[in-house]
Design a protein around this ligand. Sequence first.
Ligand code: B4P
Length: 194
Amino acid sequence: MFNLVLFGPPGSGKGTQSENIVSTYNLEHISTGDLLRDEVSRHTPLGTEARKYMDQGMLVPDEVVIGMISSRIDEKPNSRGFIFDGFPRTRPQAEALDKLLEFKHTKIHLVLALDVPEPELIKRLLGRGETSGRSDDTEEVIVKRIKEYNAKTQPVASYYNEHGKLERVTGNHTVADTFKTLAKHINKYLLPVT
Ligand code: B4P
């Protein structure tokens, strides 16, 4: 089993690159953003709670997100591995993920961090907001999300760097060129299936 964390600020291309990685390496995709939006659209109690935070550009509480991840991993016991997209976003989430995987006799093998300058992030997310209908893709909320990232999520990179798992990748090139760089790192662990 090979487990990858795709890390980066909002709009850095985690969701976009995850699609390419999933189809090339046949990994199970776990996006906490997608899982939370699904809960919101189904008006579940968890979704109603999560929406209060997401609409403000804030992170959803750790215990909510960690519970979702655990049940998702259990659903796919025979997978080739997982790609965690947008998770972990805080140090407690990273520590909880390590414990969860240890319990399942596996671990995070590699963390790929996408670096993109802030003005480009804002441009991309405003562009996505024109068609996505996402309530958090407005300028006011985007600025808050980036602040929240710098305060709470950026330290997660240091956590993985301390464990020798972090590789930084420039995410400011085209989607195809960025994918080529990500693939070079993944190929050291896992062969493509396509
Ligand atoms: P997410 O759904 O994770 O969304 P994201 O960070 O905004 O986007 P991503 O980086 O995936 O960007 P994308 O590929 O779409 O989070 C949403 C919210 O959910 C959070 O704010 C938080 O409230 C909550 N949440 C999620 N996970 C959580 C957790 N673990 N803990 C607590 N709260 C959590 O790319 C963006 C745009 O850029 C697209 O339009 C794309 O087409 C474009 N693009 C991508 N790559 C490009 C490139 N190379 N060149 C040009 N454009 C590019």
